[in-house]
Design a protein around this ligand. Structure first.
Ligand code: SF4
Length: 451
């Protein structure tokens, strides 16, 4: 087992194992923590039982995710019992930002050494400095409470063709079901100069596509007087040498602007793809969720996007079984999906999250069997529709950015509209942009041959 002595003081380099669950923002935070460890001389190992330090990036957006963390922690408690020198670092949304809750977690999981609130690496850096590792210094003048370490771990150089780049941290919207504001704090946009520097650093390490992240990414810059807004940020990011594609997520219907659609329509490199969660097809449920828009407004917005960019890819989110949702209201969600005809739907069964308004005030009264039935019905409708929708793609030529090479030898990549494609192109390397003809079209992926 590797000890946690500084590199140079030991023949064996310190090792870490990363375990991640949850959204792209969590993944981006986890990679930053991994980069911090690697810049201090740590190297990654695939098995937790071989590591000197365990990093767990956690998510609490649904009970299912939380349950997975607890079962992982049970396993880790056993590893720690066998090896008391093991360092356990818990980061992300389970930790949150509330000191009282962190104290409660310390009592519940005494074998965890470090607790890192979301997007806050200070406890890890302090730990590394304390143990004599060469850790990155705190950020001078950063408006955020996190540190900007190298954006990508060295071990991932060349692998992360698609890199996630957080631009807005936290959220101040307070949808009634959502735990994010309690866990990740209020909305904070990062300075654009810092984001552009990150973009250049990611490109220098081999990234070809950047995905800008924010809980409401469209709000970028609005909380920082004098800062540029998302359309201009996207235009500048798209000019980063080496970057072929740029996307952004997640959009909120209330903050999605015409200027944003125009920027995507006219800027080379900005992909015609939008993630705009609607969450429900019933105005009454949307009001209970406090989303801040009505179904008709959402439909008008999608019509505007499609008028400006007819081939735009569209992804949305739906929650089934929100408190009080009737069968008729669920049918409204089904009908809305038929009308807006998205290319992907992330379907979630409602799960009450501690502290949220809905958990405190709205009884979770839709039986689990009904939630599951609604989820299955919506998934079946989506599958059927995507089968029909993708069929005409057969024989068409699309542009694909190769992201990885599969075990079968096929290249995996995506179209500009974010459809996953497997390509027979034995000469293509990750990072290549190629044109390929679709030879098979299923509901959730395509197969193509390079031209
Ligand atoms: S917009 Fe609503 S659902 Fe999205 S992160 Fe903010 S509070 Fe949560």
């Amino acid at each position: 087992m590797s000890g946690l002595r500084p590199a140079g003081a030991s023949l064996t380099l310190p090792t870490y194992n990363l375990w991640t669950i949850g959204c792209q923002m969590n993944e981006a935070d986890a990679l930053r923590a991994a980069a911090t460890l690697e810049s201090a001389g740590f190297r990654p190992v695939p098995r937790a039982s071989d590591a000197g330090l365990l990093l767990l990036a956690t998510c609490v957006v649904r009970q299912q995710a939380e349950d997975k963390i607890y079962s992982r922690l049970t396993y880790i408690a056993e590893l720690k019992r066998k090896n008391p020198a093991l360092v356990v670092a818990l980061m992300g949304c389970l930790v949150g930002k509330n000191p009282r809750e962190i104290t409660a977690l310390r009592e519940r999981f005494p074998f965890v050494d470090l607790f890192l609130p979301p997007s806050d690496l200070a406890p890890l850096t302090a730990f590394l400095q304390d143990r004599g590792f060469a850790a990155p210094p705190p950020a001078a003048g950063s408006a955020l409470d996190d540190l900007p370490p190298p954006p990508l771990p060295d071990s991932m150089t060349g692998r992360a063709i698609v890199a996630h780049l957080p631009v807005v941290l936290g959220c101040s919207h307070a949808c009634t079901y959502c735990v994010i504001p309690y866990r990740r704090g209020g909305e904070r946009s990062r300075p654009s100069a810092e984001i552009l520097a990150d973009a250049a650093a990611l490109a220098a390490r081999g990234a070809r596509e950047l995905i800008l992240l924010g809980q409401i990414v469209d709000r970028y810059g609005r909380d920082r007087p004098g800062e540029i807004h998302l359309p201009e940020l996207l235009r500048r990011i798209a000019q980063t040498p080496g970057i072929a594609r740029v996307r952004f997520l997640t959009s909120h219907p209330r903050w999605f602007t015409d200027e944003l659609v125009a920027a995507v329509a006219t800027t080379p490199g900005l992909c015609p793809y939008f993630e705009i969660p609607v969450q429900a097809g019933s105005d009454a449920i949307l009001a209970a969720m406090r989303r801040g828009y009505a179904v008709a407004e959402y439909e008008a917005l999608i019509a505007k996007v499609r008028a400006a960019i007819p081939d735009a890819g569209l992804s949305t989110d739906i929650i089934v079984g929100f408190p009080g949702e009737t069968d008729a209201q669920f049918e409204e969600s089904m009908a809305l999906m038929r009308r807006i005809d998205p290319d992907m739907i992330r379907i979630a069964k409602y799960s009450p999250r501690p502290l949220t308004y809905s958990a405190r005030h709205l009884p979770d009264d839709v039986p689990e069997a009904d939630k599951e039935r609604r989820r299955v019905a919506m998934e079946a409708q989506l599958r059927k529709r995507l089968t029909e929708k993708n069929a005409p793609l057969l024989g068409q030529t699309v542009e694909i950015l190769v992201e990885s090479i599969e075990k079968t030898g096929r290249r995996h990549g995506r179209t500009p509209g974010y459809k996953p494609v497997f390509v027979d192109a034995s000469a293509a390397a990750p990072g290549d942009l190629l044109r390929a003809r679709i030879v098979w079209a299923g509901p959730f992926s395509l197969i193509a041959e390079a031209r």
